[in-house]
Design a protein around this ligand. Structure first.
Ligand code: HEC
Ligand code: HEC
Length: 533
């Protein structure tokens, strides 16, 4: 009997493979035209079929059995070049990333929980990862890198084999004396991943069947730059065909007008990727459109400096939609006349802030600038009304305490071949709220408050090494600029300029002084910076 078992499993395997390729063929890909399908198949056939066998049903071995984000596909092709000597023209590589993301991408709901990593946010500590998977698969790279792929158990197993083959020491690295990494990875882990992140999902098939929207038109934008301030402005989007767009920006950031132009592409019907030039500064965009195509959220960041970025929200300007997008500043101090900018889409009607005297200085459907003085001495949230639209503004008598965001930051030494990675901190003010107590449910977040910044040695070991003296400097905008990389002969043991620091924010109001503290690890370079950490 034994001898027949392998034969039987080969038969079962072939049936499963056949079945899966049949239904892949039937998937609704009406968002991708016949011509685009043929062009994509040609690219795969020209560039990949030397190693990935093409079948008559139009599938390619390995390639057709997984789904990835645009960054996931691009990293995959980069790996084919580095590990396996693939040679591919940059235009073909871009076209393949587009084709694969459109036909084998992830639905908006499938990427929602992992956008921080896609958007290249700095100082993210992943939360709520399944402990087994965290120990097995999220120690060398983020768990997001895993969770942003879809494949069945057998393909997860193939990926484990790739890891074992490429990194022969992986089992030692992964504490193999306490754990049989290979057996766990091929067994329960692949099984679990296949269940959690399978190739076929209704999320993806429904998304493929939904009509993907054209992004052209006029967009209203608001954003926040950590530690620096707020932005509001406009974006004009013009279609260039094939999901490519020309963009024009007119942004108002801390009362400075910034103009920019750029190009963008939309992958998988909602993954907006762009670059734009502002003055001589190149910035990148990694945004996601909402399924109805009328909202976008994501980050703008400096080319080559993902840590320096702005979080944005954009709303399409369409006739029937209206609403308040942001209020700058986000808090009003009792008795202090304050200029306030309300940004939104199709704003109209009477303007009021509960408990405050309001004088409108300037009003358009996009923006209302007013002077407001809050009279009520009760701190809390005041309702803001513009015609039918409402929002809220914090009203406070005084800042009661501060918090620094992030509580734990990372910077990296640099210079030479690899740029320094800065760390940006922001001080957020809070009032105690009606109960007069800190850290209770009724506390009111007041937004960014002006502070002075300083650093100090984190502990005795840091003091002994004089970390605060050598690791770098913090600006009065809360930007920590690390020192140069490499050994420093002035330091004890000629060590490098890494350090363990306290970041201290001090807020002064008359004769009251408030302080808050955060932790900063000023560490060494990261030499390999892939798009998905
Ligand atoms: C020179 C041979 C070669 C070429 C050309 C090649 N590949 Fe691969 N590819 C491999 C090998 C070997 C593996 C298995 C080991 C690995 O994953 O690195 C692989 C694995 C893969 C996988 C599975 C990766 C995973 O996440 O498990 C995908 C997808 C893939 N290749 C896509 C492509 C695409 C797309 C192209 C064409 C642009 C391409 N390959 C061209 C050799 C090649
Ligand atoms: C010892 C370190 C290490 C461990 C442990 C590890 N990985 Fe990786 N993994 C890597 C490296 C390095 C790469 C990047 C290869 C490259 O440069 O593209 C990678 C790449 C990947 C990719 C992207 C592959 C592609 O081509 O799209 C996925 C997905 C992935 N790992 C999943 C896993 C899973 C699942 C586990 C747990 C079973 C795991 N990793 C455990 C080091 C590790």
């Amino acid at each position: 009997m034994r001898i027949y078992q392998p034969v039987l499993s080969i038969i079962i395997l072939s049936i499963t493979v056949l079945m899966s390729s049949c239904s892949e063929q039937q998937a609704d890909v009406s968002n991708v035209s016949e011509t685009e399908m043929r062009a994509g198949q040609m690219l795969l056939s020209d560039n990949c079929s030397g190693c990935h066998m093409a079948s008559e049903d139009g599938t390619f071995s390995r390639i057709s059995h997984m789904r990835k984000t645009p960054e996931g596909w691009d990293m995959n092709i980069a790996r084919m070049m580095i590990f396996h000597g693939l040679e591919i023209e940059p235009d073909d590589r871009r076209a393949l990333v587009k084709f694969l993301s459109d036909t084998q991408g992830l639905a908006p709901s499938e990427t929602a929980a992992y956008r921080d990593v896609l958007e290249r946010k700095h100082n993210i500590i992943e939360q709520d990862v399944d402990p087994d998977l965290a120990a097995m698969c999220a120690r060398c790279h983020s768990f997001a890198r895993v969770a942003l792929q879809r494949r069945d158990r057998q393909e997860w197993q193939n990926l484990v084999h790739m890891h074992l083959g490429q990194w022969a020491s992986i089992e030692y690295q992964m504490l193999a004396r306490e754990r049989d990494w290979r057996a766990d990875a091929l067994g329960p882990v692949s099984e679990k991943l296949g269940r959690m992140f399978p190739l076929k999902t209704t999320d993806w098939s429904d998304w493929q069947a939904t009509e993907w929207k054209d992004m052209s038109g006029e967009w209203r934008m608001v954003g926040h730059l950590s530690g620096q301030g707020d932005m509001e402005g406009m974006m004009q989007v013009t279609a260039l065909g094939s999901d490519k767009y020309q963009t024009e920006f007119m942004l108002n950031e801390n009362n400075a007008i910034l103009k920019g132009t750029g190009k963008s592409i939309v992958h998988s019907g909602y993954e907006w990727r762009g670059t734009a030039i502002f003055a001589d500064e190149k910035v990148r965009q990694i945004w996601a459109a909402s399924p109805d195509g009328n909202r976008m959220t994501g980050r703008f960041f400096r080319q080559g400096h993902p840590e320096e970025g702005m979080e944005i929200t954009a709303w399409r300007k369409i006739p029937r939609s209206h609403g308040i997008m942001s209020i700058i500043p986000s808090a009003l101090r009792v008795g202090v006349p304050t200029e306030i900018t309300i940004s939104g889409v199709n704003l109209s009607g009477a303007v009021a802030i509960a408990g405050a005297v309001v004088t409108v200085k300037e009003a358009s459907t996009d923006r209302i600038i007013l002077m407001a003085t809050a009279e009520d001495t009760t701190a809390g949230q005041a309702k803001v009304t513009v015609g039918e639209d409402t929002s809220a503004l914090a009203v406070y008598a005084q800042v009661d305490y501060l918090k620094i965001i992030p509580e734990y930051g990372i910077s990296r030494v640099g210079g030479g071949p690899l740029a320094k990675v800065k760390a940006q901190f922001e001080a957020v003010g809070y009032s105690f709220g009606p109960d007069g107590l800190r850290d209770t449910g009724d506390d009111v977040r007041l937004g960014m408050v002006p502070v002075t910044w300083a650093t100090d040695n984190y502990n005795a070991a840091a003091a002994a090494m004089e970390d605060a003296k050598y690791a770098g400097e913090i600006t009065q905008k809360g930007t920590f600029i690390p020192a140069a990389g490499g050994p420093n002969p002035c330091r004890k043991y000629s060590t490098n300029n890494a350090g363990d620091l306290k970041v201290i924010a001090t807020y002064t109001d008359g004769n009251r002084t408030l302080t808050a503290q955060a932790h900063l690890i000023a560490t060494v370079q990261r030499w390999n910076n892939p798009p998905i950490m």
